[in-house]
Design a protein around this ligand. Structure first.
Ligand code: HEM
Length: 393
């Protein structure tokens, strides 16, 4: 199978260049239609492009709810904490935040470094690899399954289930819903099985600790534990994969930037923040208006889906100085790549650690790499993964 693609092979409506370099499209949206309602079949949504408006949506959950109507991904109950609005949302974050705090995450660094080096060992002598398949996809899955306490031996099955939700093969929204509901039922079955096993025999993992955790003096029910794990399953895997793909693709094509990281590895943490801003691997999030409202003069009716475009907010010249310059030494970088407001990413410290360790180890051992000859990178929509990231060194 060829790794190259031509515009003719792109999915309908998919503009390959805009998927690869979305920043000019974001600018056009901000200039021409900063808040716009788009009809799409029987589904429609209001797209929000300016930094100021994106922030308003994220910070006003009493108008722009993140409830289970905003995104349908096979769930039969609201996913915790993403689909719980304040005030109940806070009690779950109070429980979950300490588990993902920097100190807890630091304890995973050594194991993560070992895993990354294992993946590098497998490809280094060949002097070529598909980075997506060899590192970006397996790494977060291994880290996450071990952390959560899901059997690593079943990693392939879990990845297939997750892909069935995030990339269902369907021609329209009704078909998509049928597919994700089918896969969702399988995820619930797997999680119920593991949760029941941990109730009988606790282990040293997150699922066991959730089962004995209390929120406001009450224990989480097994269903609540399943609803947390279902979300983790989807939120913790593809996002890190997409970020690693975007970063390595950028560095393979920007020699001067890559050389600066090789010469000064201490720049890596700031480079990660800047690449999160510039690439915005999660391009946008979803909300639903739960009352009639307006944004920048555009009326929004109760029940409308609202899509704040994080990538556009992250490159908005009215907020950022030198918005179009990628600068690994930017002094402050309050990007929205992890979202904002109450639902800001729970896993940001875990994600940053995985990204940093991977960039450190990869550049230490394979500093000079480039795209394989003739490769036209294919970025996926929504979550910007690059499945044909073929490198040579
Ligand atoms: C670079 C990688 C990551 C990116 C770019 C990212 C991005 C995001 C974004 C944009 C949101 C906000 C969603 C919204 O407002 O609708 C979010 C929320 C969330 N993320 Fe991440 N994420 C990443 C990694 C992770 C990881 C590794 C985990 C593992 C647990 C995780 C767990 C979550 C959870 C649980 C939420 C919901 C938080 C809440 O509703 O309070 N994320 N993430």
């Amino acid at each position: 199978m060829s790794n190259e693609t031509t515009p003719e092979e792109a999915a309908p409506g998919q503009d390959l260049e805009s998927l690869r370099n979305p920043q000019p499209l974001y600018k056009m949206m901000r200039d021409l239609a900063p808040v716009v309602h788009m009809e799409r079949g029987n589904m429609g949504s209001t797209i929000v492009a300016k930094h100021e408006d994106v922030l308003t949506v994220l910070r006003t959950p009493e108008i722009f709810s993140s409830n289970a109507e905003a995104v349908k991904i096979g769930q039969i109950r609201p996913l915790i904490p993403l689909q719980i609005d304040p005030p109940d949302h806070a009690k779950y974050r109070k429980l979950l935040d300490p588990l993902f705090a920097p100190k807890r995450i630091a304890g995973l660094e050594e194991r993560t470094r070992l895993l990354v080096n294992g993946f590098i060992d497998e490809v280094i002598d060949a002097k070529k690899a598909n980075f997506h398949l060899s590192v970006a996809e397996p790494l977060p899955s291994m880290v996450f399954l071990e952390l959560l306490g899901l059997p690593v031996s079943r990693a392939k099955e879990f990845i297939a289930l997750k892909d069935g939700i995030i990339r269902p093969v369907a021609s329209d929204e009704a078909g998509r819903l049928v597919k994700v509901n089918e896969v969702g039922a399988k995820i619930y079955a797997v999680l119920s099985e593991v949760v029941e096993a941990r109730i009988l025999e606790p282990k040293n993992d997150f699922i066991s600790s959730f089962l004995t955790s209390e929120v406001d003096g009450e224990r989480l029910t097994p269903d609540e534990v399943i609803d947390i794990c279902y979300l983790f399953f989807l939120a913790g895997l593809d996002t890190v994969t997409a970020s690693l793909d975007c970063f390595i693709a950028y560095l393979a094509q920007n020699e001067d930037k890559r050389q600066s990281l090789i010469a000064r590895p201490e720049l890596i943490p700031a480079a990660i923040e800047e690449l999160l801003r510039w690439e915005s691997p999660v391009t946008g999030v979803a909300r639903i208006a739960i009352q009639d409202t307006e944004l920048s003069g555009c009326p929004i009716k109760k029940g409308t889906l609202v899509a704040p475009i994080l990538g556009s907010a992250n490159t908005d010249e009215s907020f950022w100085e030198r918005a179009n310059e990628v600068d690994f030494e930017r002094e402050t970088n309050k990007h929205l790549a992890f979202g904002g407001g109450v639902h800001r990413c729970l896993g940001s410290h875990l994600a940053r650690m995985e990204l940093r360790v991977t960039l450190e180890e990869w550049h230490r051992r394979i500093p000079n790499y480039q795209l394989a000859n003739g490769i036209a990178l294919r970025y996926s929509q929504g979550l910007r993964q690059v499945e044909n990231l073929e490198l040579v060194w």
